[in-house]
Write a protein that binds this ligand. Sequence first.
Ligand code: KIV
Length: 304
Amino acid sequence: VSTRPLPSVTPHSRPRTTFASLAAQKAKGEPIAMVTAYDYPSAQIAEAAGVDIVLVGDSAAMTVLGHDSTVPVTVDEMLMLTSAVRRGLSSPLLVADLPFGSYEVSDEQAVASAQRFVKSAGADAVKIERGGSSVARARAIIGAGIPVMGHVGLTPQTAATLGGYRSQGRTAEEALTVFDDALALQNAGCFAIVFEAIPTAATDAMMPLLNVPVIGIGAGPGADGQVLVFHDLLGIYDGHAARFVKRYAELRAPMVAAVTAYAEDVRAHRYPQPEHGYGMSSAEAAHLTGLLAERREHPRPRAI
Ligand code: KIV
């Protein structure tokens, strides 16, 4: 493992995002930029890019841990990722997803899980999915002093009960259910709500009725902000991309090419070159040769 520091990225000198600054952005109609991050370098990139909110999403289960859904990721895994992201961030607000199974059972379970993310991983807030019983959990966590972001529409933790990874609220009645969930989460005290995979027209119809910032992902341009998954927007993740993903780079191919070139260089003795090694004076090298010759003739007993 290299002990060299990571290449520095020019920091975007921005004021810290606060809950008040997010509300002000909504009031002024200034879009909120949010992205996921899962480790120290991705956090440093989000910091340098000057985004407003960084989410340690449970999408980590798929993008980082290789599961085929968000369900299996554990609290301990999410805590480790959130701590790494915390070390790479200073200005953006840091939100951590409470993973599936860590908040549904009771208010006590929800508060205890949320406290771990704030106390030991340094999260500023947590995110939970769905309306229904999650509304009471959100109220309990907020009551314990921890800010909560809600998440409605397509909620990947319970995608199976929604009929799979498909857009939600496509009929007026279904869209009303999404709205009722969002309003209940707002009334429970959530500081913002993610709308995932709902029709643009449904978002537009709901926006005038919500006071807290709405962050969309596949919910059209009418939301107060947008969020994308880091690996999706950078083209690192090799898998199915949802319709709402816009790729801003195709990094997977150059990454594979770079590692392939490295392996080829190693096999062809082209790496390392003299400039990649450390120097020793010829006098010291000759002295060492002598010492090693002596050692070969008179080996020291091995230490036990
Ligand atoms: O887990 C995640 O990355 C998310 C975003 C897609 C909002 O919940």
